[in-house]
Design a binder for this molecule. Structure first.
Ligand code: AMP
Ligand code: GLY
Length: 422
C-alpha cells in the first residue's frame, strides 16, 4: 500500500512511524509534512487546508489510501472530496466531523441522546448570554466559541466580569471570527481529565489505550492553554471500572447516536472526558487523533495500523482483535519560547542525528524544517520527545534524559509531565 498522510505535526509523524512499521505499507507520502517526517515519507508543500491542492496531489501520486489527520480539512469535507475522486480515505466525512466542528451540534446530540456532559445553553446575542450568566450565578463559568479555534476558543471565567468580557470578545469583537459568532455557555466540571481515542467504523467502537494531556503552558498547570505540552499513556486514573462505565454510557451511545442521525462516524473519535464526583462526562469530542496523545498511544499499538484502517473502511472493525502493549509511554513537548503566544522560528536545533532522532527516545517532529542538512525550528510546538518503559517512571526518565541532550534558542518544556500520575 502507498499512503498519503495529510498534515504536518507531531501527530502526523507518529502516524507515519506507525504506518512505516506495517508490512503492508510500501511508500508513504505526506503533505505538508515537516523536517522529521521527511525521514519516513516523501513530503509535498501542500497545505492541509488546501482541499483542491490535496486532491491534485492525490491524483499525481495515486495512493491506495489517504489518511486525513487534522481537524480543519476533516471539518471542511476533505474526506468527502477524496472519496468522490475514488480514493479510499481514513477519517470522518464532514457530516460526522461536525462533532468537533460545532460545539452546539455536539452538545445538542449529547442532550438528545442522554450522554453525560455539562449543562449548557447556546447564544448568539450578547444581552441574553449575559442575562444567563447572571441567572446561573455560578463561577467559574465556561464560555466556548462554537467552531474550531486552534484549541483556544474556551474561556474559564473566574467571575462575572471575566465572563462578560469573554462573551463580548466572541460575540461583539469577533475574536474567533465566525467560529465565535455562536457561543456555548456551560457548567464548570470539577475533576480529572482523561483522553480516550477510539477507532470506530460507525457500527462498533474500539477504545485505544487511555492518555493524559497537559494543556497549560507551564508547570503546575499554570499559564495559557496550548495544543498540549506533553502526554502519558496509559492514564492510571482511568480504571477498568471507569472504562466500562464510559463504554456503556458514552462511547457506544455516541456511535449509535451519530448513526441514528444519518452521520455515521468512521475513523478515530477523540473523547475528552472529565472524571467528576458524579461520574465520567464528556468535555469535548474531536473528530481525529489527538496531538500529542497520538505520540504516546500509537507506540503501544501492537496491531498493524494499516490493517485497522482497512477494517474501518470495510466496516468490519467489530471482528478485529486489537492488541496493546502493557508498557507505558511518555512524551515531553519542547516548544519555542513564547508559545502559545508570539514566538520566533528558524532556530537551529542541536542534539539530533541526520534522521532527526536521538539515542534513548523517539523524537516526533511537530514544527521543524530540514534545510541544508540541518534541523530548524518552524512552529510553536517543535519536538515531542517520546519514550516507552515497563513503568511510567522509566518512560518519563528516558524521555527527560533525551530532552537534556536536545536544545535550541529559547526552548521551553514542562518539567512535570506525568507527575500527577505517579
Ligand atoms: P475544549 O476545547 O472544549 O476541550 O476545552 C479546553 C479545555 O478547557 C478542556 O480540556 C478543559 O481543561 C477545559 N474545559 C472545557 N470545558 C470545561 C468544563 N465544562 N468544565 C471544566 N473545564 C472545562
Ligand atoms: N491534545 C488535544 C487535542 O488534540 O485536541
Amino acid at each position: 500500500m502507498n499512503i498519503l498522510i495529510v498534515g504536518g505535526g507531531g501527530r502526523e509523524h507518529a502516524i507515519a512511524a506507525a504506518l512505516a512499521k506495517s508490512p503492508k505499507v510500501d511508500k508513504l507520502y505526506c503533505a505538508p509534512g515537516n523536517g522529521g517526517i521527511s525521514a519516513l515519507a516523501e513530503c509535498f508543500p501542500v497545505k492541509a487546508t488546501d482541499i483542491d491542492g490535496m486532491v491534485e496531489l492525490a491524483k499525481k501520486v495515486n495512493p491506495d489510501y489517504v489518511f486525513v489527520a487534522p481537524d480543519d480539512p476533516l471539518v471542511m469535507g476533505m474526506v468527502d472530496r477524496m472519496e468522490a475522486e475514488g480514493f479510499k480515505t481514513f477519517g470522518p466525512r464532514a457530516n460526522a466531523a461536525i462533532l468537533e466542528g460545532s460545539k452546539s451540534f455536539s452538545k445538542g446530540l449529547m442532550k438528545k441522546y442522554g450522554i453525560p456532559t455539562a449543562a449548557y445553553e447556546v447564544f448568539t446575542d450578547e444581552d441574553k448570554a449575559i442575562e444567563y450568566i447572571k441567572s446561573q450565578n455560578s463561577y467559574p463559568a465556561v464560555i466556548k466559541a462554537d467552531g474550531l479555534a486552534l484549541g483556544k476558543g474556551v474561556i474559564i471565567a473566574k467571575d462575572f466580569e471575566e465572563a462578560k468580557a469573554a462573551v463580548h470578545s466572541m460575540l461583539v469583537d469577533g475574536k474567533f471570527g465566525k467560529s465565535g459568532s455562536e457561543i456555548v455557555i456551560e457548567e464548570f466540571m470539577d475533576g480529572t481529565e482523561v483522553t480516550v481515542l477510539a477507532f470506530t467504523d460507525g457500527k462498533s467502537v474500539k477504545p485505544m489505550i487511555s492518555s493524559m494531556d497537559h494543556k497549560r503552558a507551564y508547570d503546575n498547570d499554570e499559564g495559557l492553554n496550548t495544543g498540549g505540552m506533553g502526554t502519558i499513556a496509559p492514564n492510571p486514573l482511568y480504571t477498568p471500572e471507569i472504562a466500562t462505565e464510559c463504554m456503556e454510557k458514552i462511547f457506544i451511545p455516541t456511535i449509535k447516536a451519530m448513526s441514528a442521525e444519518g452521520r455515521p462516524f468512521k475513523g478515530c473519535l477523540y473523547f475528552g472526558l472529565m472524571l467528576t464526583s458524579k461520574g465520567a462526562k464528556v468535555v469535548e469530542y474531536n473528530c481525529r487523533f489527538g496531538d500529542p496523545e497520538t505520540q504516546v498511544v500509537l507506540p503501544l499499538l501492537e496491531t498493524d495500523l494499516a490493517e485497522i484502517m482497512e477494517a474501518i473502511t470495510e466496516e468490519r472493525l467489530g471482528g478485529l482483535d486489537i492488541k496493546w502493549s502493557d508498557k507505558s509511554c511518555a512524551c515531553v513537548v519542547m516548544a519555542s519560547g513564547g508559545y502559545p503566544e508570539k514566538y520566533e522560528t528558524g532556530k537551529p536545533i542541536s542534539g539530533l542525528d541526520e534522521k532527526g532522532q536521538t539515542a534513548g527516545a523517539y523524537v516526533y517532529h511537530a514544527g521543524t524544517k530540514l534545510e541544508g542538512g540541518k534541523y530548524l525550528t518552524a512552529g510553536g510546538r517543535v519536538l515531542g520527545i517520546t519514550a516507552t518503559g515497563d513503568r511510567l517512571e522509566s518512560a518519563l526518565d528516558s524521555a527527560y534524559k533525551a530532552v537534556e541532550g536536545i536544545d535550541f534558542e529559547k526552548a521551553h518544556y514542562r518539567t512535570d509531565i506525568g507527575k500527577k500520575a505517579l
